[in-house]
Write a protein that binds this ligand. Structure first.
Ligand code: ADP
Length: 542
């Protein structure tokens, strides 16, 4: 027997309709690429997104066509999302931090027809677009006065495009499983892979993101997504904000410490989200100028492991609570959340740290399993490593234009991460499968060593990779980038680790590097690092 409730397709146009109807005056504030801080509201975003939809239709964009954005976090960028998705076209977020060749490859693979972009990226597009025959037009998110001369044909300014259209346009009316967004993973192995979100998956993810344990989005909060809209959908904030009537503050092109601090204080930001490396710049600025937060209460940190020093720094120096989370492009991206249950939150702060550095438990809607190489369940003892597998309505079932199956026979997606789960249910990422160090048949977690190493006051970045070893196969090497003006003392670094990790996990060597390469999503690029270290030999085996 079927239930007798209404069929109300979960399509994301309803999110911005809701924001317009019930939170229409709530602001979205942007540091514009042109310079000034600009203000708009959900009602205005809704109206302009409708105009954009009409422009797309006038250009012959059909449901299912891919329309790309190459843009910073801004109200304009939000308008393009809703304008594209509302008519059933697919919003393809491009990551400007990719190499031009990769970007071109992705645009061609997606067959993007239109690109919306910020002024910042015109030189990049000038280089890429001659190789992208499917792109028919480029719209710059600016007005006519700011539109520069470029070599790009059919370049238009956004304001003129909107001005020429009516705000009357029908949205939705299609199946909730219709494709809605496309985001490629950065392709640290092989070619980039396109994750194709549906309206339904984004809608359900929005409910998850809004909850108290994740973002706690309400009209009383003010959220600053530092995490870019091109990096796994800004972790859902461009949907959760309007869904809950929360004021959003968009950093545009400037994510340096001074710019972020000014926005946080100036706009009364209470919650923010970013990868760990962003916060280091903010801390440095605040410490140098002896600054404090007056409104910021909580930050969500994920994308790579959050070191203990950052969690303590936020809490002890600035009174800000850190929520550690794990996810990936394929999980929309929220996969687990490190919200502390009362049994752990009631412990002395130092004892909580064991759980605060873990990535937490899945929210409702994510099923999580830890499996061994044979696909068998691994003990939840907090020690045994297993492959992290997930399934649920916000998890990818396949990649765009690929027939390859990415699910196991129980429908679980293999995340490529290695993790443990402890008796309290807290998951901890120990490594990406390709980064794990295999020493004497046992596995060493590079992430755990890195997190402790980066807590040393002289260290800016730390990476651990495996170096070939005659007896043990591989042994860990710690690569360090020091803070400006500091000097390296190898023994000092090893002393800092000693007693905090198992003896046999102690790195065989410490190497100082001028630079540790970061990838397109702000994480250490281990593939490139291994490439740079390919001639390195451990002292014993040299
Ligand atoms: P990519 O970095 O490959 O472009 P994603 O942003 O989707 O793509 O990255 C997802 C990966 O980032 C995860 O599979 C995991 O390895 C890593 N990751 C994400 N959050 C965390 C975290 N809190 N701790 C450790 N690793 C994390």
């Amino acid at each position: 027997m079927l239930g007798l409730m209404q069929d109300w397709p979960l399509t994301v146009d309803k999110i911005i309709d809701h924001a317009r109807n019930w939170h229409g005056d709530r602001e979205v504030v942007t540091r514009s690429v042109e310079g000034p801080i600009v203000r708009t509201t959900y009602a205005a975003i809704h109206e302009r997104a409708k105009r954009l939809s009409n422009a797309l239709k006038a250009w012959g964009i059909e449901p299912g066509d891919r329309v790309a954005t190459l843009a910073w976090n801004s109200a304009n960028h939000m308008e393009t999302w809703y304008g594209i998705m509302g008519i059933g076209a697919v919003c393809h977020t491009l990551n400007p931090r990719l190499f031009p060749e990769q970007l071109g490859w992705i645009i061609n693979h997606a067959e993007d027809r239109v690109v919306f972009t910020d002024l910042t990226f015109l030189p990049l597009l000038e280089a890429v677009l001659p190789h992208c025959p499917t792109v028919e037009r480029v719209v710059v998110l600016t007005d006519a006065a700011h539109l520069p001369q470029t070599k790009i044909p059919s370049l238009q300014d956004y304001e003129s495009v909107l001005a020429g259209q009516s705000a009357d346009c029908a949205w939705g009316g299609f199946d909730e499983n219709t494709a809605c967004g496309l985001c490629y993973t950065s392709g640290t192995t092989g070619n980039p892979k396109g994750v194709l979100y549906s309206h339904r998956s984004n809608f359900l993810h929005t409910f998850m993101a809004m909850t108290a344990t994740v973002m706690g989005a309400t009209p009383s909060e003010v959220i600053l997504p530092v995490v870019p809209m091109f990096h796994a959908n800004a972790w859902g904030i461009a949907f959760a904000g309007p869904a809950s009537g929360t004021k959003l503050v968009m950093p545009g092109a400037r994510m340096d410490g001074a710019a972020l601090y000014e926005l946080i204080e100036g706009e009364g930001v209470t919650f923010s989200a970013a990868v760990p490396t962003v916060w280091q710049g903010l801390f440095a600025h605040m410490k140098a100028n002896d600054l404090r937060f007056s409104t910021l209460k909580r930050v969500l940190i994920g994308g790579s492991a959050c070191p203990e020093s950052l969690i303590r720094g936020f809490q002890q120096d600035f009174g800000v609570e850190v929520t550690h989370a794990w996810g990936m492009t394929e999980t929309s991206p929220i996969g687990t959340i490190g919200h502390l249950p009362p049994e752990i939150a009631g412990l002395p702060y130092d004892e909580q740290m064991k759980w605060r550095t873990k990535q937490g438990v899945p929210p409702l809607g994510v099923e999580l399993a830890l499996k061994d190489e044979a696909g068998q369940p691994v003990a939840h003892d907090g020690e045994t490593f297993g492959r992290l597998m997930v399934r649920g309505p916000i998890v990818a079932a396949g990649y765009f234009k690929s027939d390859a199956s990415i699910l196991d026979d129980q429908g679980f997606f293999d995340t490529g991460d290695i993790a443990t789960v402890d008796p309290q249910g807290f998951m901890q990422i120990t490594d990406r499968a390709k980064d794990v160090i295999k020493s004497g048949g046992e596995w060493i977690s590079s992430i755990e060593i890195e997190n402790i190493a980066v807590g040393h006051p002289k260290v800016e970045l730390a990476a651990v990779i495996g170096a070939p070893h005659a007896k043990w196969d591989e042994r860990p090497v710690l690569i360090i980038k020091l803070k400006p003006g500091e000097t390296l003392n190898k023994a000092e670094h090893l002393d800092h680790l000693r007693g905090r990790i198992a003896k046999w996990w102690m790195p065989d060597d410490v190497v100082q590097a001028e630079d540790i390469p970061l990838g397109a999503t702000g994480k250490i690029d281990k593939k490139l690092l291994r490439e740079r270290m390919k001639d390195y030999r451990l002292p014993e085996s040299a």
